[in-house]
Design a protein around this ligand. Structure first.
Ligand code: C5P
Length: 239
């Protein structure tokens, strides 16, 4: 049951590094101190599926490719990466109901064949504020739109969403205990905020209802990444 996970199972490190060598070195070092590693577009476009296979010898992988296209294309793209059996994959909720249902159906077929992948939907990118949404024709408040898209994702059979930890409590209340919430923008007390505007500490994010916490630079750019991850685990244990 996901909600009974140990702190280490809930900690996802973002491998925001440009090469396979750096990604592998970090993953090997952090094995046992994080529950999952996140491979984003930069790393996947540079290194491809071979790196994912290699990383999975050391830790489960969240393949953060945020697919957004017509339903058939998203389904086929998922069918191309699901044989890697990543722990998590994701799509954009703004792709709409038919796309979300097609994605959920591809992931369900994979699980029916013994795979363990779960599907998340990105609600609203945190880089989009009210003005940016208005520029693309939406009059919604980002938080309201995120909640709306979380409900839509759940109704389309998606397992959970990527959202700000600040929205986690409302999404948890609207979508129920079994729904997965993965939240970035996490900063340990006293750590540099960098370009994240709205941050919560690891313990706060768990109290708001997050299932998984994504942490990048506070671990990857620390002088001692293992010590940084262990400090985050201690903070999480207090929640
Ligand atoms: O270094 P930091 O902890 O800020 O990294 C957070 C990771 O989560 C990065 O890979 C970033 O792209 C990702 N992310 C985010 N905010 C979102 C979605 C993803 O910071 N809303």
């Amino acid at each position: 049951m996901t909600q009974n996970l140990r702190p280490v199972d809930r900690l996802v490190v973002a491998l925001d590094v440009p090469t396979a060598a750096e990604a592998l070195a970090l993953t090997r070092a952090l094995s046992g101190s994080v529950g999952m590693v996140k491979v984003g577009l930069e790393l996947f476009c540079a290194e491809g599926p071979a790196l994912v296979r290699e990383l999975q010898k050391h830790a489960p992988v969240f393949l953060d490719l945020k697919f957004h296209d017509i339903p058939t294309t998203v389904k086929r793209a998922l069918e191309a990466v699901l044989p890697l059996n990543p722990r998590l994959v994701n799509v954009h909720a703004q792709g709409g109901p038919a796309m979300l249902e097609a994605a959920a159906s591809a992931v369900k077929s994979h699980r029916d064949k013994g795979g363990h992948t779960e599907l998340l939907a990105v609600t609203v990118l945190t880089s989009l504020d009210r003005e940016a949404l208005a520029a693309v024709g939406s009059t919604a408040e980002p938080g309201d739109l995120a909640l709306h898209l979380a409900r839509l994702s759940r109704d389309c059979g998606v397992d959970g969403v990527v959202c700000s930890a600040k929205e986690a409590r409302a999404v948890r209340e609207a979508c129920g205990d079994g729904f997965r919430l993965l939240t970035p923008g996490i900063r340990p007390q006293g750590a540099s905020v960098q370009d994240q505007a709205r941050v919560l500490s690891p313990a706060q994010a768990l109290r708001e209802g997050s299932t998984w916490l994504v942490v990048g630079r506070p671990i990857t750019q620390a002088a001692d990444p293992v010590a940084a991850a262990q400090a985050i685990l201690r903070d999480m244990a207090e929640a």
